[in-house]
Ligand binder design. Structure first.
Ligand SMILES: Nc1ncnc2c1ncn2[C@@H]1O[C@H](COP(=O)(O)OP(=O)(O)OP(=O)(O)O)[C@@H](O)[C@H]1O
Ligand SMILES: C[C@@](O)(CCO)CC(=O)[O-]
Length: 908
């Protein structure tokens, strides 16, 4: 069957420039983006006026001598697509086939044995593979040359033998630029019969139309930008020469690789949005390229000022596209970066609305053998980025996290910005970490066994108790912290000291602990959801058997620590001491247990190398703006997540049924909304802005209470009166979500309105907590005192209630004199009032690097002997100066300043 395509009559492009309305108001031709979205073919009007081209899903058409008879030869949906692509490609003819490679195959069938091709040396791997095939099976000679240099092409042009010059610009993946116009001219002058073919996939017709620059045939993989969604495969061939169009149509019809009607439909739909997609994608690409370039990576992108082909590219194209690549200097490092991204999908191909990352040498270009890759200058460590339409901030943030996780960049605390780590160091550092992680030998490095950590307490503004049952809570860190220090012993014992709980000291033989009652967790394993009841029982019956009910606080804290020690240190069993100290009131609703849990978990995770501190970055000269760092993020997110998971384990031991909000604030700091998983709705935490500017008064009623019991009490009430409690939970959820909205829109909303609304919500939330039975007369007294004239303040209980602390919102216009009076009044009632700021840093670790330590600040070995401490420190190597003695003897008020002065703290 002959193709139905009429190759003689050029396509009449629709949407011609409109006539001027008056000579004074000339009208411009429509822009390409308008043409892209307007799919109209004046010679194929739809009988029903459908606004979208219908899918003619029919293999055959009835009748004889009609325009369409068999879909291999022609199909109305395909005709529409071909007409449209021709229109936006400055072409008279277009052909749609089943893939980009099918398009090239059709084009290469123009060749005959003995012909010569000149092709680029940085071609897509699939192109290369097909060229190799036709070389051996058709007897065509292929010359690979650097087409970025027209002078390199000229010597290969033979007046009669050169049948085809195959060009790509920019090339994939090195983004080399070929002067399509100049090469076309040179070829035509020297070998008039040669055909110039351009693979335009990297640019799409929206950004580059090589037919306008002298090319004879252009092809595109329609799978990429033309369709834009990676939901179809297609190839497009365009040309302006009838002789070539005839041969191409003949081949497509003979081979039967024309595009199916449904794919034609999808492709046509995709093309309509191509202009907006490409605009967004290339704007983001420019940001990504600039960012990587500023870090000192070798970046290939024509939008960068130092790109060698930039001038030529600007002349022949309308934009820089959305593919770029960069070198890291090390293949292994590149593999780590690629594996560490979350938003950037690891995938071959490009042109999709989603961003992709790949390593050409192991993916799209793997079909080129390594020697050839090397000969063509394709770096093995090259990473290709294909930028999508996601928010560029997220793309940059994800990339930055991947670079940090892989060790390619690291925070330079002096400069407070990320800088590139020279590749050798990055790989070495990571190798050292790996070694440490993989080590099973007893740790002999003393410094490796001293870790000083700290974590903040929290104030819950809305949603305590309800959060345990799936309601969203709003909480923020407070400027009171727990500190944890793990330090070495060398006598086969392990010990704990809890200064804040009657200065409790406990000591055990390491080998005497109930190791056999615990299943050892492998390095990569997470703790299961359920606590190991057998281990808990064994710890109670063994190491803790002497601690009676009067020592329940110490017993619980020791249990939490021993449990994690046995679970985490099972293979190493280091002889260490752990001390905890807090500037927070213990058991008062300000999250003392969560900050203790975060400290104990983190110290143990560092001790057992399950989390590691990022290597010290080596500064480079190039400045670059830090994208996400706001005084935090010096500790990697993965480490923070792991610390948070284990802090939650300790919280379970201390609390019974914690929601996880307290430990999340202790680890991540700031202010956040938190919703516990498992309630059939979106869970997790989200940072909130606008909280940090609020002022709060915390008042400790000093009435002791037990969070575990209070939480269990609400749980019981829920079981007994599900409807009553359900309604309360719903009301609290409404408060939280309204508060979240108000805080998020505070600038629009107005500060005064925000404070007024928050006050009202505080009162309402407290009433619901009263209904849940978790208030206390002392808390009601604090409420009355703060609500009375002239203060008129709103107060609610915070945390578990039943005593503990109340939180009062302080309006901006609250006078200092009133504050003074209120503080006096509350103190006279024997309460402890405390003005606090919220939203500070989360988990912190004192940097282990000598460069970050302040000499002398913490050194006290031999100066002070901690009370009741055995002399085990004598066994510690003499070149080691522990900070333990000072840690255990500083007064609570001195503690934060002393810790701060020890050196650089790295925060989550
Ligand atoms: N500095 C510390 N040293 C040792 N153990 C501590 C320390 N801080 C808290 N704990 C442990 O946490 C327990 C207190 O937890 P509890 O949940 O009752 O209070 P909270 O966490 O301050 O209040 P909330 O959970 O309502 O915020 C203590 O009994 C102790 O076991
Ligand atoms: C009472 C509670 O909601 C907050 C304790 O600070 C318990 C929890 O969420 O784990």
């Amino acid at each position: 069957m002959a193709p139905t395509i009429d190759t003689k009559t050029p396509i009449h492009h629709d949407l011609p420039t409109p006539d001027p309305e008056t000579p004074l108001r000339p009208r411009q031709p429509y822009k390409l983006s308008t043409l892209c979205v307007t799919v109209e073919n004046p010679s194929m009007k739809d009988q029903y006026g459908s606004s979208s081209v219908p899918i003619y899903q029919s293999a055959t058409f009835k009748g004889v001598g009609n325009e369409y008879d068999y879909s291999r030869s022609g199909n109305p949906t395909r005709s529409h697509l071909e007409h449209h692509i021709a229109k936006i490609s400055s072409a008279s003819r277009a052909f749609a086939v089943s893939s980009g490679m099918a398009a090239l195959d059709v084009i290469l069938r123009l060749l005959k044995p003995g012909d010569e091709i000149i092709a680029g040396d940085d071609l897509y791997g699939g192109t290369n593979r097909l060229l190799t095939f036709i070389r051996s099976h058709v007897g065509v000679t292929v010359h690979h040359v650097d087409t970025t240099d027209p002078n390199a092409v000229i010597p290969f042009i033979h007046p009669t033998k050169t049948a085809m010059v195959l060009l790509e610009s920019p090339t994939n993946p090195l983004l080399k630029i070929a002067d399509l116009a100049l090469i076309s001219k040179e070829v035509k002058e020297r070998s008039p019969g040669a055909i110039v073919v351009v693979d335009n996939t990297m640019m799409s017709p929206y950004l580059q139309r090589p037919l306008e620059h002298g090319a004879d045939i252009v092809y595109d993989s329609g799978t990429k930008y033309l369709s834009g969604h990676h939901d179809l495969m297609a190839g497009m061939i365009t040309c302006n020469r009838d002789d070539l169009a005839k041969q191409i149509a003949f081949t497509i019809n003979s081979v039967g690789n024309a595009l199916t009607p449904i794919d034609c439909f999808l492709l046509l739909r995709g093309v309509k949005t191509m202009a907006v997609r490409m605009d967004r994608q290339q704007t983001s690409s420019q940001l990504v390229a600039t960012y990587l370039h500023s870090l000192g990576f070798k970046v290939y992108y024509p939008g960068l000022p130092d790109h060698p082909g930039r001038d030529i590219h600007e002349r022949i194209s309308d934009g820089n596209g959305a593919v770029l690549s960069f070198e890291t200097g090390d293949k292994e490092l590149s593999e780590k970066i690629v594996a560490s991204t979350r938003l950037w999908g690891i995938s071959v191909s490009f042109g999709c609305v989603n961003s992709l990352i790949s390593m050409p040498c192991v993916m799209s270009h793997a079909s080129i053998d390594p020697a050839t890759r090397a000969a063509r200058g394709l770096p093995e460590d090259l990473i290709r980025l294909c930028v999508g339409i996601e928010d560029p901030t997220d793309l940059l943030d994800d990339l930055e996290h991947a670079l940090v996780d892989a060790g390619a960049i690291a925070l330079n605390p002096q400069q407070n910005k990320y800088v590139r780590v020279p590749p050798v160091h990055a790989v070495l550092n990571k190798a050292v970490e790996q070694l440490a992680i993989g080590s099973t030998s007893k740790n002999t490095n003393t410094v490796d066994r001293e870790w000083f950590v700290s974590a903040p307490g929290k104030v819950i503004l809305f949603g305590e108790h309800a959060v345990v049952h799936g309601v969203t809570a709003i909480a923020a860190s407070v400027d009171l912290r727990c500190y944890g220090l793990v330090s070495p012993r060398n006598d086969g014992k392990m010990s704990v000291r809890f200064n804040d709980i009657d200065n409790f000291y406990g000591e055990w033989e390491v080998e005497g602990l109930p190791w056999d009652k615990s299943s050892v967790l492998s390095k990569g394993d997470s703790h299961p959801d359920e606590l190991d009841a057998q281990l808990i029982e064994a710890i109670h019956a063994g190491p803790l058997k002497e601690l009676g009910p009067e020592k329940s606080q110490a017993r619980n804290a020791s249990l939490a620590f021993l449990y994690m020690y046995i679970k985490l240190a099972g293979t190493e069993r280091p002889s260490v001491h752990f001390g905890a100290r807090s500037t927070l009131p213990v058991g008062a609703g300000l999250g003392s247990s969560a900050s203790f849990s975060a400290c104990a978990a983190t110290a143990l995770l560092l001790l057992t190398h399950r989390i590691v501190i990022p290597p010290i970055p080596t500064p480079i000269s190039a400045e670059h703006p830090h994208l996400s760092h706001q005084g935090r993020y010096a500790l990697e997110r993965a480490s923070a997540d792991e610390a948070n998971r284990w802090a939650f384990v300790a919280e379970k031991i201390l609390h019974g049924n914690p929601s996880g909000v307290d430990n999340s604030v202790a680890v991540f700091g700031g202010a956040l909304t938190y919703c516990r998983p498992g309630f059939g709705k979106p869970s997790g935490m989200e940072g909130i802005q606008g909280f940090g500017s609020l002022r709060f008064l915390l008042t400790n009623s000093k009435v002791p209470r037990d969070t575990k019991k209070l939480v269990a009490g609400v749980g019981l009430m829920k079981q007994e009166q599900p409807e009553v409690v359900g309604a309360i939970l719903e009301a609290i959820e409404n408060i939280s979500s309204q508060a979240k909205r108000s805080l998020a829109d505070s600038s629009e909303f107005g500060r005064e309105n925000l404070l007024r609304d928050l006050s009202a919500m505080i009162n309402e939330n407290h009433k619901h907590l009263v209904s849940l039975g978790v208030s206390h007369p002392s808390l009601e007294t604090i409420r009355e005192k703060t609500a009375a004239s002239p203060y008129n303040l709103s107060t609610k209980l915070t945390g578990a209630g039943g005593g503990g602390c109340a939180v009062t919102l302080i309006p901006d216009n609250f006078s200092e004199a009133s504050m003074k009076n209120l503080l006096v009044e509350l103190s006279q009632c024997r309460f402890d009032p405390y003005l606090t700021s919220v939203g500070g840093s989360g988990l912190g670790v004192l940097s282990p690097y000598a460069e970050h330590r302040s000499l002398g600040a913490g050194v006290s070995r031999g100066q002070v002997t901690p009370p009741e401490t055995p002399d085990e420190a004598e066994d510690v190597p003499s070149n080691y100066d522990s900070i333990r003695a000072s840690f255990e003897t500083k007064s609570t008020s001195e503690l934060p300043g002393w810790a701060h002065d020890l050196g650089k703290w790295l925060y989550v």
